[in-house]
Design a protein around this ligand. Sequence first.
Ligand code: F68
Length: 842
Amino acid sequence: MSKIPQKQSKSAASVVTSAAAASLTDTDVRTGMQPAALRQAVKDHLRYSIGRLPAMASAHDYYFALALAVRDRMLQRWLSTTQTYFDLSRKVVCYLSAEFLMGPHLGNNLVNLGLEQAARKALAELGGDLDTIMACEEEPGLGNGGLGRLAACYLDSLATLQCPAIGYGIRYEFGIFDQEIQDGWQAEVTDKWLRHGNPWEIVKPEIAYYINLGGHTEHYRDETGNDRVRWVPQRVVKGTAYDTPIQGYDVNTCNTLRLWSAEAVESFDFQAFNTGDYYQAVEDKMISETVTKVLYPNDEPEIGKQLRLSQQYFFVSCSLQDMLHLLDLAGVPVENFAQRFAVQLNDTHPSIGVAELMRLLVDERGLDWDAAWAITMQTFGYTNHTLLPEALETWPLPMFAELLPRHLEIIYAINQRFLAEVRARFPNDEARVARMSLIGEEGDKRIRMAHLATVGSHAINGVAALHSDLLKASVLKDFYEMWPERFINKTNGVTPRRFLALANPGLRGLLNDTLGEQWLEDPGQLRQLEAEAGNAAFRSKWRAVKEANKQRLADYIRTHAKVELDPNWLFDILVKRIHEYKRQHLSVLHIVTLYRRLKENPELTIPPRAFIFGGKAAPGYFMAKRIIKLINAVAETVNADPAVNTRMKVAFVPNFNVQNAHLIYPAADLSEQISTAGREASGTGNMKFMLNGALTIGTLDGANVEIREEVGTENFFLFGLTAREVERIKREGYRPGDYVAGNTELRTVLELISSGYFSRGDSEVFRPVIDNLTQSDPFLVLADYAAYITCQEQVNTAWQDKENWTRMSILNTARSGKFSSDRAIGEYCDEIWNVHPATVKL
Ligand code: F68
């Protein structure tokens, strides 16, 4: 494992530990870190920023005032950080991501600044309660799930490790929809996260770039006789920067998340306006602003949606133009671009950047092709997050040509040189050439974005060891054979600041009392907990923390799902996007199996369990929406049945998001990670559960493999086919019917669901789910059913030994250090980006 960049001489300039800094800033209303200064700051912001008398102020007003007061305390650090990077001429990581699922900022910034206690006290003195006030924040849900949340965790770690970094993305006006459950079905409600304003962002009207769309290209010869290309666009959109400061934990480093918002170009408006075409001007404005209006709520690509491609190109071009502008400001020649920026592509969504950087360097800056290509290759790294063939992005060529005519020419030129290289390396292998081409020619022609990203990057990584291996053996096999040295694994990680310190204050306190506070910056120190696993008094404290967390979640579920849960029961939790490959329906089959067993045999003794689900389905994903309905239907029947509801209950937490995730992960006894082996690239929820002391029941998929390795096989409930077995069974012709025929209990479970038993007699509603399972079962739910049920019985047995369960729970937290995003980011810095930390002094 690589060395994590160490923080440098932190104590000299530390946020809260420096006595000099404290005395300078103690009483200042803008910067003071003590409760009295913070209290005055909140009062001032109420009056002068919000215009409210304290007596009239709502909890939301207090939230806004406190947010502004906290932001004030970040701004000096932010300015110093930018100045430091500039002065030191440091290389900067540019993390390009179409999604940043940041979650609420207030609590996280308080943790990272060490201000929680001060804020709690200040608010109490003003008659407020910090938790109530934090709950007022509308979370910026600018992402679909794991990929967007990973980007957010990585920003936290980059700042904490004092690495120069900018996150670049899109300021969607509407983020991921809010999910409501109506009669058991998912209903989508627009996420108007900006309706009350956003205290964390600072608009930079002077940082804006023009983005061309559509039109055609013109080839011409310049004054010196060189062939040049000019892009004559059909439309131009302006992208304006909105910056959010990203505070590192216990350091002065405060990096930037720069999100681009699309606006009409005024001069264009006026042109139409002046010629009397007022409506044309208004329409142009509206069309331009559409580009950043809404996040596509699918965690799979949109087929042929031009707006989606416009979004991608828009933010990538703004970001690359911004980098060139920063280079110019620093007086650095464009030839040194790659020495100053490491640009990471978070999946293929920003991969048009490869062609765009070529365009900027060749067309706009006049570099020759080979020089520009060398810079491009050295600049980019590409992270792949999926192997599912249907999730690999491709764009229909005609649509692409219409929107980005110049980029199509550039892609052809890249492809020509690249395929010549392939032919030279693998002569007489035209099948290989066709497979590797940037243009797919099966059926209609399509641009293959994963190929573009791979060809244009010096490093290509998967997000867990198994995933990186499968990547090399499947979707990028040909590329691996050509350039094995470019392929590398970077197992994902999650930030312990948000997902332990903030989400689980009880556990944080116990860990601080036991280990000191260093573990939060060096999660390897959690290993010292192993010594406590054998200590009965410690175990009892551990259980008390878990129980309080379960009570807190039970309270939330009572209000939001109208289900009463007993915190003494085993909390079995499955939260993530709803997908067939994630197999929420496998858990439902287990629940129905248990239900039947209890009905058949009322004397059966099983430890009581609460099955807790959460997750959004893509609005157009038919099967996923049925699965939500199925969970809710089973919940309704089970919870209302007095013959079983003293031993099992089911709850679906509506609107799973970062905010309620803070309550969910710390309350879990059992973490469900049950995807079909080979399908989940990594998973990161699995890590959040582990960190919070849940035991995992899971398949050998994604990062589960490494979690099991770290925690020890005896502390992990493993079941199911391996990725290799899954492939073999599929190759040989999988027949789900055989599994139904061979397992009476499975058959009765499926029949009970089909019969309408859980759906008030409606035998149609779940037919698509059951037919899919019995006829094709693409994710081998039925093949893994028996093993899953048996494994759940082992869970029951283990749960009955409370002391040993607690011991295993402690070991999970103790051995979770590897899954800190600090470890992951340290590896990216050393092995892909070649970026070094820089200490920021105030
Ligand atoms: C979003 C949009 C589109 C077009 C495609 C995919 C997605 C998306 O959200 N993907 C995603 O979340 N992938 C997940 O990334 C995580 C972080 O690497 C992994 O842990 C998950 O296994 C992977 O499914």
